[in-house]
Design a protein around this ligand. Structure first.
Ligand code: 3EB
Length: 339
C-alpha cells in the first residue's frame, strides 16, 4: 500500500518491510536493533539504544514524506530531504570529543553546531521536532545531573547559532539511553515555519525556574505543520508535570493519567489552529517506561483511552528522577478538499 498523503510515521518490526524501503522514506530510527536496516538509497538511520518492551525485538520508526526524497551528508549529519522537509541524524560518542566543558557538553555542543550548520547550508531553517537520547541521563557528573549539563550545552549551542531560545523552538524529547551509547540526536526541519504550541496547564519548559537547572530546556510542547494537503502534529515528550512540578510521585497509574490530561490539553490547543481536528485515536505514540515492571499498569491505563492507536513502549530513563512515564505523539490528518 502507498503511504498516505503528507508526512507519515510507521512502526515496523522488520528492516526489510516495504514501508522502510520506498523512495519517499525520509529517515529511520531503530530501537534496540543490532543490525542496520537495509539502508537502501542512503536512508539515514538513527540507532537508539533503548530496550523495546515487552519483547526485546527491534522496532523501526519509519518517516515517509509522501514525495520522493534525496540523501546527503554534511560533517557527521546524515540527512534526506524533499522540497520542504529534511530529516537528519547525528551520533557522537563522548569519548571522541574535546573542548570546553564535560565530554557530554562537548558532544552536545558539537551535535547542535553540526545540525544548525546543516540547516543553514541546506536552507531548512525551521526545526520542527528533535529527539535527544543521552546515555545515563540521570547520573551525576561533576556535581550536576547529566541532563542539566545537556541543557546548558544545548542552550549555548542554539544561542551561538543565533537561534531562538523561547517561543519559536522545536518540539522535542530528551531520554536516557544505554551507558555504552553515543549521544544520538535526530530531527525534522522544514523550509516553511510551523506553529508552536504551549500547554496552558504547564509552565513553558523554557521558562522553568532555576530549581530545575541553571539553563532551561529549549523546547515547545508541540509543533503543528500545515501543508496544502495535510496537517501534522508533533507532541513533545509529555509527563506528569502541572505548572512546573512533578505530580503523583511514586504512583505510576496516576502519572499516566496526568500525562494523558496534558496531551488532551495540547490537542485542544492544536485544534483551535487547524480545520481538521486531531483526536487521541488519530495519533501514534511512543511511551517511555522507567521501570519495566510498570509496563502492565501503564498499558492498562492507556489502552482504555487510546483504543486501536499505534503505541510503541520503550524502557528509558526520564529527565526527572521522580517521573516514571513519558509519552510523545505524532499524527497526520488529511485536510478537507476545498469545495
Ligand atoms: C518535561 O516536561 C519533561 O529536554 O528536550 C520532555 C520533552 C522533557 C523534551 C527536552 C524534556 C525535553 O520537562 C522532560
Amino acid at each position: 500500500m502507498r503511504a498516505p498523503l503528507g508526512l507519515h510515521l510507521a512502526y515496523v518490526s522488520r528492516a526489510d518491510d516495504p514501508a522502510a524501503r520506498g523512495p519517499d522514506v525520509l529517515g529511520i530510527a531503530t530501537f534496540d536493533a543490532t543490525a542496520a536496516p537495509g539502508g537502501a538509497n542512503g536512508i539515514p538511520v538513527a540507532r537508539i539504544h533503548t530496550p523495546v518492551l515487552p519483547s526485546a525485538a527491534p522496532v523501526y520508526e519509519v518517516w515517509s514524506a509522501g514525495a520522493p526524497a534525496a540523501s546527503g551528508q554534511r560533517g557527521r549529519v546524515h540527512f534526506r530531504r524533499t522540497e520542504d522537509l529534511l530529516f537528519g541524524c547525528i551520533a557522537i560518542a563522548e569519548s571522541e570529543t574535546s573542548g570546553a566543558g564535560s565530554p557530554l557538553q562537548a558532544a552536545t555542543a558539537a551535535a547542535y553546531a553540526e545540525i544548525c550548520a546543516t540547516l543553514e547550508a541546506e536552507g531548512y531553517p525551521h526545526l520542527l521536532r528533535v529527539w535527544n537520547y543521552l546515555p545515563d541521563i540521570n547520573r551525576d557528573a561533576n556535581g550536576t545531573e547529566r541532563y542539566r549539563e545537556f541543557n546548558t550545552a544545548r542552550q549555548h549551542a542554539l544561542q551561538a547559532h543565533g537561534r531562538a531560545l523561547t517561543g519559536s523552538v522545536p518540539a522535542a524529547s530528551a531520554l536516557g539511553s544505554g551507558s555504552a551509547s553515543p549521544l544520538v540526536v535526530y530531527f525534522l526541519a522544514s523550509r516553511t515555519a510551523p506553529r508552536f504550541i504551549e500547554n496552558p496547564r504547564q509552565v513553558s519548559a523554557y521558562h522553568y525556574p532555576p530549581e530545575y537547572g541553571t539553563h532551561s530546556p529549549v523546547f515547545s510542547r508541540a509543533a503543528l505543520r500545515e501543508q496544502p494537503g495535510s496537517s501534522t502534529l508533533f507532541i513533545s515528550g509529555t509527563a506528569s508535570i502541572v505548572g512546573h512540578r512533578s505530580l503523583h510521585v511514586g504512583d505510576t497509574a496516576a502519572q499516566t493519567r496526568e500525562t494523558l490530561a496534558n496531551i488532551r490539553a495540547l490537542l485542544a490547543e492544536a485544534n483551535r489552529l487547524t480545520h481538521r481536528p486531531f483526536d487521541l485515536s488519530s495519533l501514534a505514540y511512543k511511551v517511555y517506561v522507567r521501570r519495566p515492571a510498570d509496563l502492565p499498569v501503564i498499558q492498562r491505563t492507556l489502552t482504555e483511552v487510546l483504543g486501536a492507536a499505534q503505541v510503541l513502549y520503550l524502557q528509558a530513563d526520564i529527565c526527572r528522577q521522580d517521573l516514571l512515564v513519558e509519552i510523545e505523539a505524532t499524527g497526520t490528518r488529511p485536510l478537507a478538499q476545498a469545495a
